[in-house]
Design a binder for this molecule. Structure first.
Ligand code: ATP
Ligand code: MG
Length: 147
């Protein structure tokens, strides 16, 4: 487990960009954090690090955005509007959560963990938690990603 203190949206972008350059096929990166924590900001950097030129915006309403112009295909999920694992499966999104051909980044991954009696923590996921510790300060803790 490692921690990065970000002092600006640009620093969060730069961290994501570094991870995007390191990313390998099959990665699933779960991004936890409250509304406005900076999950999408991190994904913008991640996409840039993968060489994706397209503008990255939050898939809050679409649930999923896919980008194919980078070194690896990137699937960007935002599960905020779904409540249970069943809803995620019904929306056909679960296929992206395990061994994707490219890389999947997931905002609100806890939606997958709720609504089940026995809930194993998916072993292949890389976890990132963003805590807002100030107006523009964020405490970013992560596991499974080299820094
Ligand atoms: N250090 C920082 N890192 C990231 N974002 C920051 C930072 N400081 C301020 N911000 C601001 O916080 C906001 C983060 O918004 P963002 O859309 O990335 O959040 P989110 O976690 O994706 O929220 P949501 O759950 O609504 O999707 C942006 O307006 C950004 O400019
Ligand atoms: Mg977001």
């Amino acid at each position: 487990m490692a921690t990065f203190i970000s002092h600006s949206p640009e620093e969060t972008f730069a961290l994501g960009e570094r991870w995007g350059r390191l990313a390998q096929a099959g990665w699933v990166v779960a991004l936890q954090g409250d509304l406005g924590a900076g999950k999408t900001q991190l994904v913008k950097g991640f996409a840039c690090g993968l060489g994706i030129a397209a503008r990255v915006v939050s898939p809050t309403f679409a649930l999923i955005h896919q980008h194919h112009s980078g070194r690896l295909p990137l699937v960007h999920l935002d599960l905020y509007r779904l409540e249970t694992r069943a809803q995620i499966v019904n929306a056909g999104l679960d296929e992206h959560l395990f061994s994707p051909p490219g890389v999947t980044v997931v905002e609100w991954p806890e939606r997958w963990l709720s609504g089940g009696a026995v809930v194993p923590m998916p072993a292949g996921w890389r976890w990132v938690q963003i805590l807002q510790t100030g107006e523009s300060e964020r405490n970013i803790t992560y596991e499974g990603i080299e820094s």
